[in-house]
Design a protein. Structure first.
Length: 306
């Protein structure tokens, strides 16, 4: 969002020869006085001049934008780093070069001071952005800086290494860049997310026997099915999470409320558990179906739908 303009001050400033408004003067060009707002707009006007020059067109000839040479305007818009003709940002460097420099600095290894060749694709991808100002705004955020430094500190650039970093949109964006440029192999991210989530979730299971059964359900009852239909949909991802959550809740209820394991309960306990909670408990059917198929529980058990 652009900043609002300051009010005109005719008593202090003479009219701009380009817009006719009384703002602070920024330059004297062949056409006359140019106010600060018109000056900034001129530096950001790009295209092809009537003479064929491609670049910044700060001048106006016959109502059309014109290059510096044709309009006799003296204006420094030449980047000292890459030589591009564009609006400069800091120290004579353009936005694109500052963005690449910032990314390079954040991605230096704390051990060697160099950027891992695998991570240079991030620098190049950011430098190639259509709107480098958006990239610079993004990379200057504290959480982005922190993430890139953590990434640079990893011993290797792998999916597993990135999985140890804080999850979020920044992680997803950088991972996608690395996959797009061939640094990382493509993978089903929802499937990977489910696997990480489920491993953490099953730590809440009470009892070693219960833990063994729930782990088997995770691996053979859910993950195997998800892998067979990869890439999985968001709905399949959510169904698997709900099924696993309900299976763990049922397992812990058996342990805490009935002193039983998941190999000892009967239809009576299953009905009592369903009746004593929300309708979402019917999603235990997937666990029961798997347990019957693997002969962990009797084949005559049924889940009553609400």
């Amino acid at each position: 969002m652009a900043r609002p303009r300051k009010p005109e001050d005719p008593d202090k400033y003479q009219p701009c020869d380009r817009c006719g408004k009384c703002y602070w003067p920024a330059a004297w060009w062949p056409e006359g006085l140019i106010c600060g707002y018109c000056y900034q707009a001129a530096k950001r006007t790009t295209g092809r001049c009537a003479c064929g020059h491609d670049g910044v067109l700060p001048g106006i000839i016959d109502g059309a934008p014109a290059c510096r040479s044709c309009s006799d305007i003296i204006l420094n818009v030449d980047c000292v780093e890459c030589g591009a003709e564009t609006e400069l940002y800091r120290g004579g460097s353009c936005l694109r070069c500052i963005l690449k420099y910032t990314a390079t600095d954040l991605l230096r290894s704390p051990d060697t001071g160099e950027v891992d060749p695998k991570l240079t694709v991030i620098v190049e991808a950011l430098g190639a952005m259509e709107r480098p100002n958006s990239g610079l705004t993004w990379i200057q955020q504290k959480h982005v800086k922190r993430f890139l430094k953590q990434l640079a500190a990893q011993e290797e650039t792998t999916h597993e290494a990135i999985d140890t970093l804080p999850a979020g949109r920044t992680t997803n964006y950088v991972r996608a860049l690395l996959v797009e440029h061939g640094v990382l192999p493509a993978r089903d991210e929802l499937l990977a997310r489910f696997d990480r989530w489920a491993l953490e979730k099953q730590e809440r299971v009470i009892g070693s026997e219960q833990q063994t059964v729930i782990d088997q359900f995770r691996r053979w009852g859910l993950l195997r099915h998800l892998r067979s239909s990869s890439p999985i949909s968001n709905s399949a991802f959510l169904r698997a999470k709900q099924s696993f959550t309900v299976a763990i809740e049922f397992s812990n209820w058996l342990t805490l409320e009935r002193g039983l394991t998941v190999t000892q309960f009967t239809q009576h306990e299953l009905d009592a558990w369903q009746a004593g909670g929300p309708s979402t408990r019917e999603h235990v059917y997937r666990f029961i179906r798997w347990a019957i198929a693997t002969r962990i529980v009797p084949a005559d058990l049924t889940v009553i739908p609400h």
